[in-house]
Design a protein around this ligand. Structure first.
Ligand SMILES: [Zn+2]
Length: 194
């Protein structure tokens, strides 16, 4: 038995990362491909939007994103592994990966998607939820979706979608947890069928 290598996480594990840290890291890694691609696009956009001698582009109210930030984040995110589990089994410094992903991924998300703000509609919201919410058990998920996505889902819906393969649990022990954005996708799918 070892303890998890993530700084300040001392949970016991047989791997280099504990289950919670694997789930957290996977949640961060989920977005890295999209972010790397979008950062490349953002850099082009910035190059176009930037007037000679003028300030940067960006949404009003957000701090102007620097082209250099986008380039650095792109380079850093490219160094991250694809999935957490391989790190947890093979990398004695897996905790450092999570530590850096916790810093880089939110920075990239803010640069690409802008700061978290009001919910506009369900489709936009689903994308947003994907960025901000970790997997959670049903009991936590339902009120969370009610508050943050303004939709009412029951635990029966969740069970039904899981049974029909529309939804996959991230973790099954000690209780099933689900990605909120995947629950929203299942909700969209089933609504379309009615
Ligand atoms: Zn841990």
């Amino acid at each position: 038995m070892n303890s998890c290598t993530t700084p300040d996480c001392r949970r016991v594990t047989t791997l280099y990362l504990c289950t919670q840290c694997i789930v957290e890291l996977d949640g961060l890694l989920d977005d890295t491909d999209d972010l790397i691609r979008l950062l490349a696009g953002a850099r082009e956009g910035m190059a176009v939007a930037r007037k000679p001698g003028g300030g940067g582009g960006g949404h009003p109210g957000s701090k102007p994103p620097g082209n250099l930030d986008a380039m650095l984040l792109q380079a850093w995110l490219s160094q991250l592994p694809a999935r957490a589990f391989g790190e947890a089994t093979d990398n004695p410094k897996a905790g450092d990966i999570l530590y850096m992903a916790r810093i880089w991924v939110p920075q990239a998300r803010e640069l690409v998607w802008g700061p978290e703000d009001e919910i506009i509609d369900h489709a936009t919201n689903r994308e947003r939820v994907r960025d901000i919410a970790p997997p959670m058990p049903t009991r936590q998920l339902l009120p969370w979706l009610r508050t943050n996505a303004k939709i009412a889902i029951t635990s029966m819906d969740i069970r039904d979608w899981a049974r029909r393969g529309k939804l996959r649990a991230v973790d099954t022990e000690p209780q099933p947890t689900y990605h909120p954005h995947e629950v929203l996708s299942a909700w969209h799918d089933t609504r379309g069928q009615k």
